[in-house]
Design a protein around this ligand. Sequence first.
Ligand code: SAM
Length: 285
Amino acid sequence: MMINDEPARTIGILKKYDLMPRKKFGQNFLIDAHVIEKIIDAAQIGEDDCVLEIGPGIGTMTRYLCDRAAHVIAVEIDRDLVKILKEDILKDKENLTIINEDILKVDVEELVRKKNDGRPIKVVANLPYYITTPIIMGLFEKHVPMESLTLMVQKEVASRMCAKPGTKDYGALTVAVSYYSECYLAANVPSNCFMPRPDVMSAVVRLSVLRNPPVSVKDPDRMFSIVKAAFGQRRKTLQNALMSAQGIACTKEDVAKALESMGLSALARGEVLSLEQFARISDIL
Ligand code: SAM
C-alpha cells in the first residue's frame, strides 16, 4: 500500500519557513497523496501534455504533475510561496515555469501560444474557492485553447456544474459549463484531506472542453444575458424575469409567445429550460 507522507511533509514546510496558510488566498493545502493521484488520473496527463496549474501552493501536486507532463506552468499569487518554490521545493524541476501573478490578470492565451505553440493545454488545480467561478468562466469566455479542466472545487459548486434542468442545483453556471464542456464528477473529497481543513466538502470535476458548442445560437452573448436574468430571479416566471432585466428589451407577451411556440407553459420559470431551449428562446427573442 502507498504511504501517504504528505501531511508530515506539509507540516515540515510550514515549520521550516514559518508559514501560516493565508485565508484571504484560499490556502487549504492538499495532504492526501491518494487524492492527488485521483486528480492526476482524472486529468489523464500524458508525457506530451502542457499543464497549467492554478495556485501551486507549496508545490505538493506540482511535483506529481512535473513527473507526468512535458511541461507545467504554475501561476501563484502569493509572492512568499513563489520564492520558496523557486529557491527550494521545486528548484530541480526543469520542465516547470512558475509565474507570480493573479490568474485573473494573466493573459493565458498568450501563455499557451508561447509555451505550447497555441496547442490546447490541460488545466489542473485545487482552486482557491473564493474565485472559482471567475477563474472557470474567464478561461472559457476568452476561448483559451484547452483540452480539459480538472478541478478541485467546493462540493456544492461541483453539483451545480453537473446539475440537470429543474433541479435545485441547476443554474447559470450549469448552463455555461454545459455550453463549453462535458462535466464529469471524478471524486468526492472530505475536508480532512486538506491542511487547514476547509469548512466545506470538496469534489474533483473534470470538464472536457467541447470543440464546438452542443447547440447553435445566433448570439451567444444574448443567450447568456437571458440565462443570467432568468437565474438572477429564479423564483419569478421567465416572463417577469426577462421583462424587468436590463438590455434584453422584450415584453411579457414576447416571452409568453416564444415559450408557447416551444411547447412550454407561458408561466414557465427559467430553471426548467435546458441549454437547447435557452438557445432557442434567445434566437426567437
Ligand atoms: N495546489 C495547492 C495544493 O493543492 O495544496 C494549493 C491549493 S490552495 C486551495 C489554492 C492556491 O491558490 C493557494 O496557493 C493560493 O495562494 C493560490 N491562489 C489564490 N488566489 C490566486 C489567484 N488569484 N491567482 C493565482 N493563485 C491564487
